[in-house]
Design a protein around this ligand. Structure first.
Ligand SMILES: Cc1cc2nc3c(=O)[nH]c(=O)nc-3n(C[C@H](O)[C@H](O)[C@H](O)COP(=O)(O)OP(=O)(O)OC[C@H]3O[C@@H](n4cnc5c(N)ncnc54)[C@H](O)[C@@H]3O)c2cc1C
Length: 242
């Protein structure tokens, strides 16, 4: 696999601090839901920095899309979120990764847990699920600070309906007016009660995918394993940070 020059064919602001970039990558034949690409920036003096970004597009999408959160003191994300425009070119390699992937041939129920930008590969899974008309029951638990920071806000409900998925949002700081659910950080008790409420009646196997900041992922994964999930059924993707 080689680095390729991709054309930026679309950008969409997701939240005040995040955007989706759509890329036309030469020779792109799709990916597995959950895979990522690496994007490499080169400065005029030759200094290079590469970072990984999960694909948020469906497995078979013609254009690859990535959805990126701005890290204010970061080397790469500020340029991608604030600096890139349609018509620009980016150096990319991928698709990469073979463990944190979901395939429509998987019949077992699907549990998705995402924090912040960690929703990106989970939306790829939901899109792929909907396009493949999978009948695997799907549940998404999405932790996000407030309504303005919900990625894919305009399409999440439609996507959930298309994938016949149940979406639970956990607002960590502010909820919309009239919200009757809890507000606060996702903790072990909330993960446990959500997992219990989404458990199949026959007690069968569930595949779980957890993605987001490192500490968030570890809390959710450790909680599920401590409460009985087989570690081999809990796949994680850590985006870094605390
Ligand atoms: C497999 C994989 C897939 C990823 N997919 C995505 C994605 O879909 N969307 C996305 O926005 N990011 C994703 N990331 C994270 C991404 O690769 C970068 O780490 C992130 O964009 C920060 O890069 P930066 O150069 O701007 O910051 P850096 O210069 O690397 O770091 C700047 C500061 O931000 C902190 N930091 C870095 N990452 C995080 C984080 N996730 N949370 C909190 N603090 C952080 C660092 O510790 C440092 O203090 C993914 C990471 C991996 C490993």
């Amino acid at each position: 696999m080689k680095w390729a020059i991709a054309d930026v064919v679309g950008v969409r602001e997701e939240t005040p601090t995040a955007r989706t970039i759509m890329l036309r990558i030469p020779g792109w034949t799709g990916a597995l839901a959950g895979q990522h690409i690496d994007i490499r920036l080169t400065s005029p003096d030759g200094y290079q920095a590469a970072r990984s970004y999960s694909l948020s597009s469906a497995a078979g999408a013609e254009f690859a899309s990535v959805s990126i959160e701005l890290m204010p003191d970061g080397e790469v994300s500020p340029y991608l979120v604030r600096g890139v425009s349609v018509g620009d070119q980016l150096e990319v390699i991928g698709p990469l990764g073979g463990w944190f992937v979901w395939k429509p041939t998987q019949p077992e129920p699907l549990r998705l847990i995402g924090g912040g930008s960690g929703i990106a590969p989970l939306v790829s899974m939901l899109r792929t699920h909907a396009e493949a008309k999978s009948t695997a029951p799907a549940h998404l638990l999405y932790s996000v600070r407030s309504p303005d920071y919900v990625y894919f806000r305009d399409e999440l409900d439609a996507l959930a309906a298309a994938a016949d998925a149940e979406v639970t949002i956990q607002y960590t700081r502010h909820a919309p007016q009239g919200w009757t659910g809890t507000v606060g950080r996702l903790d072990g008790a909330r993960v446990t009660s959500w997992a219990a409420s989404t458990a199949p009646a026959d007690g069968g196997t569930v595949s779980t995918y957890i993605c987001g900041p490192t500490r968030f992922v570890e809390l959710a994964a450790d909680t599920l394993v401590a409460t009985g999930a087989d570690p081999l059924t809990v796949r994680t993707e850590r985006f870094g940070g605390a």
